[in-house]
Unconditional design. Sequence first.
Length: 113
Amino acid sequence: MTKYDSDLSQLFCALADPTRRSILTRLAEGSAPVTELANPTGLSLPTVMRHLSVLEDAGLIATSKTGRVRSCAIVPEALAPMQTWLDGQRDLWEARLDRLDDYVMQLMKERET
């Protein structure tokens, strides 16, 4: 699990910003040119490019250039390390809550006797 720590930090950091999440939501519908991604944000093109750079560095998107048009596409498999980590956390906390439930039930039975 340790080898994923820096990847996870980079992924969570990239997803921490609402603008980047909205860009990913748009890209889930299909590839789009940078100008199309920038329009709904109301941000300047250089600011959007910085957001796209963060997403690309995290491996969440891939960019390509055809002529003067730079397009972006989502890389959904990049979320796999996060899903693996979250699944492990869910298992851990469910096991802890099950043990707590068992303990509380045991205490309640002892009080009844």
